[in-house]
Design a protein around this ligand. Structure first.
Ligand code: GLA
Length: 405
């Protein structure tokens, strides 16, 4: 296997997944592939509104050990789940109804199905997954599964699709096969954000990488450990629907612009009455978040972390007040860190409704932040939050593994 160009901090997990592959399927895998999770610094809920986002790839992610088969069958296992999901690839193009406990496998099956549709390469495969991303915490564990498996298929089959096509395959799998109406940020972040912050214009999928000042900033994720799956799913779908209605109202009130993020804050103000109170707030978040993105990106280009951080704090206030996807736990963490020297900014990351706060801080501030957040949070909620000090993540690709236990 090709030697990886970067250090993969979780390579021990890569080795464990390779060892589990031998136990599950007999014989070694052909390769183990990693893809990172992400945090989003700015651009909350802008991707499905055709706006701009600014995610960073992190050093936690998902590993997939794979071996191609020549009989067209798929066998999927995970270190975190019992059993093996088996599917006949000759049939599969739509989601099977009877996955039951194997519902987690819909993500990689969707990737496989989309890969076949686009390349015509109907290959069988055995795969074992493992990850060190907390599930349903807003760090994109599902996109990391999609990109790890999509990259594994692309490299193992020699199809040469590349990172953007793999991101599109992951997104099509999640929206079509799995049925989550998400935007494209998470898949693009996992596939392309390594090596800086990814400034992605979701309307036309153009992007560039912006450097984060080396040594001057660190990302700390504070995890509420609050389960959020159901509320988040429903709330997310509601927001997608509300934004599409707001866009339609704005189009009939004035100029049709195609996506909500393309409207100006003045146009939203002018249509306040037609929008009504809820759609007005959703549209105000989207259009003001575009302004925060522009100012935040300017600040980052100028190396002004305080300027970027101010937009990050303002973004949290907007998702709390106008988009209404925050909760007491997330708000309390943001309020606690706001008072601490060396903290540049903080906001919820991911869809919201629980999950994590991302804190941008100077590395010397981390111990103080952790101690004060732990103390304030435990006093108020009676439980301890989790902390992950993150390093920038490597790009998706093959990793070296050790088969000795
Ligand atoms: C979830 C979705 C993303 C994005 C964020 C909010 O993570 O999967 O597409 O919409 O929420 O910014």
């Amino acid at each position: 296997m090709k030697a990886p160009e970067q250090d993969y901090p979780g390579d021990q997990l890569g080795s464990r997944v390779a060892q589990a592959f031998v136990r599950s399927f007999g014989g070694p895998s052909q390769g183990v592939f990693f893809a990172p999770g992400r945090v989003n610094l700015l651009g909350a809920h802008l991707d499905y509104n055709g706006g701009d986002v600014l995610p960073v790839a992190i050093d936690l992610g998902v590993y997939a050990a794979v071996r191609l088969r020549d009989d067209g069958r798929l066998r999927l296992a995970s270190l975190d789940r019992e059993g093996v999901v088996e599917v006949d690839g000759a049939q599969l193009l739509d989601r099977p109804d009877d996955l039951g406990a194997g519902a987690w496998a819909a993500y990689p099956l969707g990737v496989w199905s989309e890969f076949v549709r686009r390349t015509g390469t109907r290959v069988g495969i055995d795969v074992v997954f493992a990850g060190d991303l907390p599930i349903a915490s807003g760090l994109s564990s599902s996109a990391a599964v999609e990109i790890a498996f999509g990259t594994a298929l692309d490299v193992s089959c020699g199809t040469g699709l590349g990172a953007e096509a793999v991101a599109e395959i992951g997104h099509a799998a999640e929206t079509g096969f799995v049925g989550v109406p998400c935007g494209i940020m998470d898949q693009y972040a996992s596939a392309l954000a390594a090596g800086g912050a990814l400034l992605l214009h979701c309307a036309d999928r153009t992007w560039e990488r912006l450097a984060l000042p080396v040594g001057g900033v660190e990302v700390l994720v504070v995890d509420t450990l609050k389960p959020r799956e159901l509320a988040a799913e429903r709330g997310f779908e509601d927001r997608v629907r509300e934004c599409s209605r707001a866009r339609d109202v704005l189009a009939s009130a004035g100029t049709a612009r195609g996506v909500l993020a393309a409207y100006g804050t003045d146009e939203v103000e002018a249509a306040r009455e037609e929008l009504g109170p809820v759609l007005f707030k959703r549209a105000r978040h989207v259009t003001t978040e575009m302004q925060r993105m522009r100012r935040g990106v300017e600040a980052l280009r100028a190396g002004d972390l305080r300027g970027l951080g101010a937009e990050v704090f303002a973004s949290h206030a907007s998702v709390r007040e106008d988009y209404e996807v925050s909760c007491d736990e997330l708000d309390a963490i943001v309020e606690t860190v706001r008072e601490i020297d060396g903290v540049f900014g903080a906001r919820l990351t991911g869809a919201g409704f629980g999950g994590c706060v991302v804190v941008l801080l100077h590395p010397t501030a981390r111990a103080d932040v952790q101690a004060r957040v732990r103390d304030a949070y435990t006093r108020r909620f009676g439980t301890q939050p989790g902390f992950h000090a993150l390093r920038p993540g490597p790009a998706p690709g093959p990793v070296d593994v050790d088969l000795q236990d």
